[in-house]
Design a protein around this ligand. Sequence first.
Ligand code: HEM
Length: 440
Amino acid sequence: MGAFDHHSAGFAAGWRDQYRDIRATFPVMRVDEHGGFVLLTRYDDIRHVLLAPKDFASGRDLALDGLPGTVTGGVTVPANPFRMGMMEMDAPESARLRKILLPWFSARAVELNAAYLHDLVTWCLDQVIESGRCDVVNDLANPLPALATLDLMGLPLQNWQRYARILHGAVYRERGSARELAWLQDDLRAIVTERRLFPPAVATPVDALLAAEADGAPLPAELVVELVYMLLSGGIDTSTALIAHGLRYLSAHPEVASELRAHPDLVPGAVQEMLRFFSPGTGIARTAVRETTLGEVAISAGERIFMGVGAANTDPAAFGDPDTLDIHRGEAHRHLAFGAGVHRCLGSFLAPRQMAILLTEVLTRMPDLRVDEAGVRAYETIPLVGGFRAMPATFTPGPRSGLFPAGGLPPARGERDRLRAAQEAASQPAAAGPPSPPGT
Ligand code: HEM
């Protein structure tokens, strides 16, 4: 048994070194914390498990051949307080539910929605641009994914701060977060009930779930609430962490920021490399369905497996010079920050696109953004997501975009379409009038 605890402050402070040492000595290591699990740190082992869902289950209460009762599974170690939608189900249920949601998360769908992401980015920057100072976490990294996820689902934006705070607390496993989570779920329940009665003119993922049927009956309301919660919690804190890491890196590496500003076509690749290097999600768990071997180690049915995402992404067998962030790294997109296989992150097109739009806008509108390192507060522990509490920064003040009225929330999509069209029309050169009559 090795010593390892992804809930410890030591892990948060030194996961790169811990993974490097463990991979070099016991790449498949039994750990007895949190009920016992097998820790994987090699890219190939982790990819193998992710791509073998019949042998390594995601579901929570598993009845396994030859074992009495049920085994508590799920995708975290220890198990989440409640199931995380299809992320914690197995085929065929997980595949059926994923199919309902996929049309909203494909590369094409994300591209069609890019203008809406863009104007949310504009709104976030507008809130701070005139002041010359912001907190990267509280003013940019936190609001943007919360607003974007609520906006995509057509959920009211007025509660974004409370939603984001609660999901933040849940990810960080703060005390008292259970009561707040119960409030959030009640709120979602009320919204879902209302949406079933009054569907909007333009369907969203929530409406697709409400319209879907399983065995000839609508999905149970509780399942819809669970899936909406899954989308919120999957989309918000992970993206927040990625944005904060990325902006901090560019602040510390102005030469990379200059290169990206001069060559915006490099931004998407840089985002993939940031996903690899920072690996915002800490780990993914599975449960062995049957006896098997991983590396040289025999695994019993029912054993819990914890895959260190950061370990896979910094495995020198998969990525040369893995502890260097290189925006030109061709193979960066092979990272496992979004998992792989049948449960690969549903937001794997949305999150990078959102990040790329934000980076491009920050590089243009706040070109000299500098993080005040003395004020940076990272999470003390990172059981689920490696993010930050605070990251103050300064920059040369600039003008608002003029797209939105000052103050308040970003307008709903229809109103944003109208404001965008009005701004575009105003920026066009005045159309030539009819030719003057001869002789005038
Ligand atoms: C940087 C941002 C993100 C990271 C690092 C991330 C990471 C992950 C990972 C590692 C998984 C795989 C879990 C597993 O295999 O058990 C996953 C699944 C998932 N993610 Fe993300 N995620 C991000 C953003 C998003 C966004 C923006 C959304 C949606 C709005 C989202 C929704 C989901 C969902 C629904 C699943 C479950 C997919 C399934 O089980 O079929 N994620 N994510």
